[in-house]
Design a protein around this ligand. Structure first.
Ligand code: 2AM
Length: 220
């Protein structure tokens, strides 16, 4: 009925518990500081931004703005306007898991001129909550395994919508799947940093970060 339709959330997802949020923000800050010292990184970032003010220092911590609590979106419902929102909310698995805590495994950090995020390796149990069509819509990405898009947005450049983070991740994975190895730029303490062109970087974490997270939704 009408009431049910209007009671759908903006999105469902796993929300990192606050100690995990702190830990990831710290790892992320360390990562940005290291990138800040890499000439190759700054060169590509400046090359790919629209405002090419030569010699202008880029402060990465200012460049990427973080919004709200750290989370991994499963289904963007847009209060019921998104395709499949109703079906998702009514899925018994979604209802049963609502409010439960599980461990998210963060396996890589990625940066583009638009976004920065952490990719999430979902378990079989978590994949049950993953929408079948999440990997659609990016060229070369539709054949990627289910759950490839799973990520935590850490920040977006000015004027960039958060939806872009998942699209940027899919783009990097599509490039990888297309056989491009990328250019190994640096062995960092956190892991190996690879460049995929057009300002796209991926850091494979040596040790995945495990973060407890609560499956819930946002209405606001
Ligand atoms: P994110 O998951 O990459 O962070 C509210 O806008 C949340 O829903 C954000 O977390 C955002 O991106 C996600 N989101 C917004 N629009 C979306 C879309 N069309 N598809 C999937 N996720 C979306």
């Amino acid at each position: 009925g009408h009431l049910e339709e209007t009671s759908l959330p903006l999105f469902f997802g796993w929300f990192l518990l606050s100690p995990a949020q702190e830990k990831i923000r710290c790892t992320f800050m360390d990562f940005l500081k290291t990138l800040d010292t890499l000439e190759a990184f700054k060169k590509h970032l400046i090359d790919s931004t629209v405002t090419q003010e030569a010699e202008k220092e880029v402060d990465l911590e200012q460049y990427f703005k973080a919004k709200g609590p750290l989370h991994c979106t499963t289904k963007f419902c847009d209060y019921g306007k998104a395709a499949g929102a109703q079906e998702y909310a009514q899925n018994p698995a979604v209802r049963e898991s609502y409010g439960s805590v599980s461990e998210l495994s963060l396996s890589a950090l990625f940066v583009t001129p638009r976004t920065v995020g952490a990719s999430v390796s979902l378990t079989e149990e978590q994949l049950v909550l993953w929408p079948a069509d999440a990997e659609k819509g990016v060229e070369g990405a539709s054949s990627l395994p289910l759950g490839s898009r799973a990520h935590v947005t850490l920040g977006c450049a000015e004027g960039v919508e958060p939806v872009q983070t998942g699209l940027d991740l899919l783009e990097i994975l599509a490039v990888q799947q297309g056989g491009q190895k990328g250019e190994l730029v640096e062995e960092m303490e956190l892991g190996s940093l690879t460049y995929y062109g057009q300002g796209r970087w991926l850091l494979s974490l040596r040790e995945p970060i495990s973060a407890p997270a609560c499956f819930s939704s946002v209405y606001g």
